[in-house]
Ligand binder design. Structure first.
Ligand code: LLP
Length: 432
């Protein structure tokens, strides 16, 4: 559910016409709805409320724009981070380091030191060498580092292979069977405090079942670690999926009446199955949602530059590209494409492509779309998560501008990158 809808044939984000934003700020342009991300956070918080002690740690990697982080900080959210850079951003946005958990398989000494000095809630360690390193850095700083270990439960999340993380094929965490031994050895490291256990089986899970299997499998382990080492939290990780399927075409509520919708994951269904398992643990429970909170809260607006019919295809060439939104190229992912002005008349199977010199630079293939022409604007829906953050300067294309809407107001969340900034740090060697 989101706050993008047609009003008199024009796409609005909350109370603002998206086309007005495109004209004012240019394209490609990311537009975010403050109300959508707030509502999603509150929906999840409400569903999980029966658990006495919870902390939602928004996975900043999904969208780390300061305006987004600031909105979550304002809601009291914690954060799941994967670099010192993300921690710096969160502090710049008014977030609290004491509510941050630090994940990732490759934390450097500098990052560990920085996070430790800022007093983060916990390091989610992914290997024994990492535990040893955290212990060493903490000893040098005369501190005790709070740590959890990420358990790999070897449960297939049933999602895209590039975003499956909880099987023994994946680089993440430590194998389930090895965990008790790892905690016993870590307990002997004097500058570590074993604070919790963490898990994350994958992203864009559209059913609750794999979460339930993983939690059920982890429960005896959690209770054992609680008894032996006094851990105080368990983190379920992130991964709640969103609906990418066409919702606008059938009206904003239309999709939710379909058969597929009856099985799809929602905060209520997620909580209904997990809360009864988690509540009796008597621990603080952490959640690390990224996509669920921001995915449907953002769109990428692009402008049609050319329409070209050649061979068997109708190519709609737009000014946004895989450097702005890489998900279709990288994961073959689907994003609904909606013209900012609703068109009547028939549709034509179209390939929507960007200007980058690669055949992988497309947003959709053979997609039935209304006939569009130069100057029309299109919105790539559900681009709020893993959109802008995965952007690059490939083909020396500036990073897109970003705008946040709140009610009838809008504010620039990132100015369009000036072209000269792209090579600002580069140097022409002056050979002797
Ligand atoms: N916690 C950990 C430890 C994670 O690795 C991730 C995501 C999350 C939480 C948040 O997962 P979410 O709730 O957003 O599913 N670029 C990919 C997704 C990569 C996800 C990486 N890890 C995509 O565009 O689909």
């Amino acid at each position: 559910m989101h706050d993008f809808r047609y009003v008199n044939g024009r796409l609005f984000c909350e109370g603002v016409a998206v086309e007005a934003l495109a004209r004012e700020h240019g394209t490609p342009l990311y537009v975010y709805s403050h109300r959508t991300l707030t509502r999603h956070y509150q929906m999840l918080a409400r569903a999980l409320a029966p658990i006495e002690d919870t902390l939602i740690c928004y996975a900043a990697k999904a969208n780390s724009n300061l305006a987004v982080l600031g909105a979550f900080a304002g809601l009291g959210s914690g954060f799941d981070i994967v670099s010192a850079g993300e921690l710096r951003r969160i502090m710049a946005a008014g977030g609290d380091p004491r509510k941050c958990v630090f994940a990732g398989v490759g934390k450097t000494e500098e990052e560990i030191e920085f996070a430790l000095r800022r007093g983060i809630y916990c390091f989610n360690a992914e290997s024994e060498p990492e535990l040893a390193r955290i212990n060493r850095v903490a000893a040098r700083l005369r501190k005790v580092a709070p740590v959890a270990v990420r358990v790999n439960p070897n449960i297939d999340a049933g999602t895209h292979h590039k975003i499956t993380t909880g099987t023994y094929e994946n680089k993440f965490g430590i194998a389930f069977e090895e965990i008790p031994g790892v905690y016993a050895r870590a307990a002997r490291l004097p500058n570590l405090r074993l604070r919790g256990l963490q898990m994350h089986i994958g992203s864009q899970l559209t059913e609750v079942r794999p979460f339930e299997l993983a939690v059920r499998k982890a429960i005896p382990l959690i209770l054992e670690l609680k008894a032996r080492h006094g851990i105080e939290f368990f983190s379920v990780g992130g991964g709640i999926g969103i609906v990418y399927q066409p919702a606008l075409a059938s009206g904003p509520e239309g999709w939710w009446r379909s058969a597929a919708a009856r099985r799809i994951i929602t905060p209520e269904r997620y909580a209904a199955r997990l809360v009864p398992l988690l509540q009796p643990l008597g621990l603080r429970i952490l959640f690390e949602p990224g996509r669920f909170l921001v995915g449907n809260a953002g769109v990428l607006v692009v402008r049609v530059e050319y329409v070209k019919r050649t061979g068997t295809k109708n190519f709609v060439i737009v000014d946004g590209a895989m450097n702005d939104l890489i998900r279709p190229a990288f994961y073959d992912s689907y994003h609904e494409i909606a013209p900012l002005r609703r068109k009547s008349g028939g549709s034509i199977a179209s390939d929507v492509v960007g200007p980058i010199c690669e055949s992988g630079d497309y947003f959709a293939k053979d997609r039935p779309l209304p006939r569009v022409g130069e100057g029309d604007y299109l919105a790539l829906m559900s681009a709020g998560a893993y959109g802008s953050v995965m952007g690059s300067n490939y083909n020396t294309r500036p990073l897109a501008a970003e705008v946040m809407v709140r009610g009838r107001q809008s504010a620039v969340a990132r100015v369009r990158q000036p072209a000269a900034r792209i090579w600002e740090g580069e140097r022409l060697p002056r050979w002797a």
